[in-house]
Every structure is written in C-alpha cells, then in structure tokens.
Design a protein around this ligand. Sequence first.
Ligand SMILES: C[S@@+](CC[C@H](N)C(=O)[O-])C[C@H]1O[C@@H](n2cnc3c(N)ncnc32)[C@H](O)[C@@H]1O
Length: 218
Amino acid sequence: MSRGISLRADRAGLGKVGAVTEHDHYFTAHPASAEERRVLRVHLAGRELEVETARGIFSPDHVDLGTRVLLDHAPDAPATGQLLDLGCGWGPIALALALESPAAHVWAVDVNERALDLVRRNASRVGVTNLTAARPDEVPDDVRFAAIWSNPPIRVGKDALHELLLRWLPRLTDGGSAQLVVGKNLGADSLQRWIADQLPVTVERTASAKGFRVLTVT
Ligand SMILES: C[S@@+](CC[C@H](N)C(=O)[O-])C[C@H]1O[C@@H](n2cnc3c(N)ncnc32)[C@H](O)[C@@H]1O
C-alpha cells in the first residue's frame, strides 16, 4: 500500500467516514489503518489552502458537508478569548476559527491521535500560530470558552455524545455560545430538546440546510 502523499480537490459530500477499516472508527485513539497521507486543496476562511489528511480520521477526502454548513451559517467567531473546536478531526473548523480570529486562541480537541497530528501539521502549513491541538484531558480545567464550534461525533452513540456535551457546554463563558451542526436524520431535533432539558441554556435552531441543522446554545 502506498504511503505517498497524493493531491485531491476539495469536494462537498456526505459525512461518511472515508477509508476507515471495519475495526477502525474515526474516533479510535490510535487508528490501525495505514495513514496514506494526502494533500487536499480546500476553501476555508475565505482562502484557498492546502491541508494534509490521512485514513483513519473523519472525512479525509473533503470538507464534510455538515462542517461546510456550520462554517457557512455560524455567526462571526469572537475576535478574542479562548475558542474550542470540539472533535477537530484534521481541523477544518479549528483552522477557520484561528484564521478568522487571529487574536483569539483556538483549542482543537480530539481523541484521535492521528487527527491531532494532522491538525498540528495543518496549522503549521497554513501559518496559524494561535492554535493548540490537545486530547480532552490536556485542556486545563480552568479554561472557559467564548465559543464552542463542533460537528460532534454522533456515531460514538447517544450516551457518549451526551457525556461529551455535558462535559464541555458548561465551560462556555457568560455570554459565550456554542454552534453545533447535526444531521436532521441523525437526531438534530431530539438533541436540541435534550440539551435544553439538561442544561440551563437556550438552544435555538439557527440554520437548516442540506440536511443539517445548526444549533446555537447560549
Ligand atoms: C464528526 S467528526 C468532525 C471532525 C472535524 N471537526 C470535521 O469537521 O471534519 C467528530 C470528531 O470528534 C472526535 N471525537 C470523538 N469522541 C470524542 C471525544 N470524547 N472528545 C473529543 N473528540 C471526540 C472524533 O475523533 C472526530 O474527529
């Protein structure tokens, strides 16, 4: 199997897990599949960028359609403060946040070590220095976020997803907000109700496009 780096064009597509073996989920800490790194040309934060991706992570061949809906419909990110991309993958959301808010600091958090390696490499490739890629436990407990943007890992299952949201959403600053993109067919509406039931927050559906909802949590 080739380990060379190939060049592919950005294309919209459904959020399938590209080239992950049956034993290897995109949320595996150490994917077993060969990396097969490739370079993509993508459009992020109003620029054309080259980024690196690999097998064993989420959407390695393009910016996921749900992620694109989030980036197209979220309000401007805060210019300063700590921002979180929860479940960063190779980093489309984290890189867009870091480029659009150069005076803010972006935490790109994931459990997948291969994804974390790629987001670090991509930050360096596109010249971003205001980003820290980290496993969840590496984020200091006292960090509070002015914004949390996420295409959350629905496929981890409801209990794990709920645990994830209960862990991070309470870490918004007063006045902070979260933007979550969820497929309509993947339970966006029930998740909206669940968050509102569980936490002292308001949850609004602020966009609906291409089969996805953007939920804004304030
Ligand atoms: C739907 S993917 C989105 C990836 C990337 N943000 C994008 O838009 O392409 C969700 C990501 O969440 C990560 N993830 C799964 N469980 C997690 C957890 N407990 N904490 C942080 N990230 C997690 C997965 O490894 C995956 O990269």
